[in-house]
Design a protein around this ligand. Structure first.
Ligand code: SF4
Length: 362
């Protein structure tokens, strides 16, 4: 069987240099190629104007340069564009562009589907298919960059909040972070503008803290007592709040950073006085800011959004507990911008039957 070619965007710098020297090309060609990819966002060797034809041919013969195809785009009045992208393997992933005054964010997927089955999430219903490669994640950035460049915008922020749990795909994520943030051999985004959002894979949070490349950390918490959190997020069985807390303390000690806590407000479930106290206790001693998110109601999910007054009361409560707290009525309501929701609508298009792989079977 023919071996699958590695994608050009999946190469580490050392692998590209090795390829250049093995082919007898001068060393400076490595930097030229990296500059085309990351300064000019061009990944087709034939479009790299100062690269000789024999090198462009060699790159094309040895590496894949496929870009996912946009198969559906839905724009909403509030400035969100949701993209459904088809990968080379024929599977669907989604990215969401969020336009604000002065900044443009991109929410990227890190997996096809997700094995974590959070109760409030459409992606969780798809089950898990596979991890995305670095090139498949960076392609989402390149495609969105091209779209917004026509509106005189640049993607300034990237959040790993689309389909999948990024910290269960560490191999791809670590190189992706380097490529997004590095000024010399990457897209040069500010590290403060790149956020890894996780359901709480405790040991991977500590590993993230130890990387040479920095990024922001957001935790999808949604409840600060084990019983309720396990009901909402089964991963809490494997990494209960005590373990998660240890990893957050570790992350803060190693990086000095403030951690963002994402907390979806769900009607009658997690916004009463006692929930506020539990959240404040959980975060005691950890520099954190809290993002409250109004739940986006969707067919097939059993939850409702609380009324505005209850949400405002919970926000005030957390402010009184001493936390910087914001309440987000999410962008993209019309285009179902919340995690996993567009892909779930096109579930029948997933070419591989989703498999639910259990993390908890052992
Ligand atoms: S919320 Fe995130 S971690 Fe949970 S099922 Fe959805 S994609 Fe997976």
């Amino acid at each position: 069987m023919k071996e699958k070619k590695k994608h050009l965007l999946d190469l580490k710098n050392s692998e590209l240099s090795q390829f250049i020297s093995d082919g007898g090309f001068p060393k400076f060609r490595t930097n030229q190629i990296l500059s085309w990819m990351f300064d000019h966002k061009i990944t087709s060797p034939e479009k790299m104007k100062n690269i000789p034809k024999n090198l462009a041919n060699a790159l094309n013969e040895s590496f894949d340069t496929f870009m996912p195809e946009i198969t559906q785009r839905s724009d909403s009045k509030d400035g969100a564009s949701k993209l459904l992208l088809k990968t080379a393997a024929g599977q669907y992933i989604e990215s969401v562009i969020l336009r604000y005054d002065g900044r443009t964010s991109l929410c990227v997927s890190s997996q096809v589907g997700c094995k974590l089955a959070c109760g409030f999430c459409q992606t969780g219903k798809l089950g898990f298919v596979r991890n995305l490669s670095t090139s498949e994640i960076l392609s989402q950035f390149l495609i969105a960059s091209e779209i917004v460049s026509k509106e005189d915008r640049k993607i300034s922020h990237v959040v790993f909040m689309g389909m999948g749990e990024p910290l269960l795909n560490e191999n791809s994520i670590h190189l992706t972070l380097e490529r997004l943030v590095s000024k010399e051999t990457g897209f040069g985004l500010k590290w403060k503008n790149v956020t890894v959002s996780t359901s709480g894979i405790a040991p991977a949070i500590s590993r993230l803290a130890g990387l040479p490349v920095k990024s922001q950390l957001a935790i999808s918490l949604h409840a600060a007592n084990n019983e309720l959190r396990t009901e909402l997020m089964p991963i809490n069985r494997k990494y209960p709040l005590e373990k998660l807390r240890e990893s957050l303390v570790d992350f803060h000690e190693k990086t000095g950073q403030t951690i963002t806590i994402e907390y979806i407000l769900i009607k009658d479930l997690n916004h009463q006085k006692k929930h506020g106290k539990e959240l404040a206790n959980f975060l005691k001693g950890i520099p954190a800011k809290i993002n409250l998110i109004a739940f986006n109601k969707h067919p097939g999910l059993p939850y409702e959004r609380p009324d505005e007054e209850s949400m405002a009361t919970f926000k005030e409560r957390m402010i009184r507990h001493g936390f910087t707290t914001t309440l987000r009525i999410s962008l993209g309501l019309e285009s179902s911008a919340a995690c996993g929701q567009l892909a779930a609508k096109t579930q029948d298009k997933l070419t591989e039957k989703p498999k639910r792989l259990s993390l908890f079977s052992s």
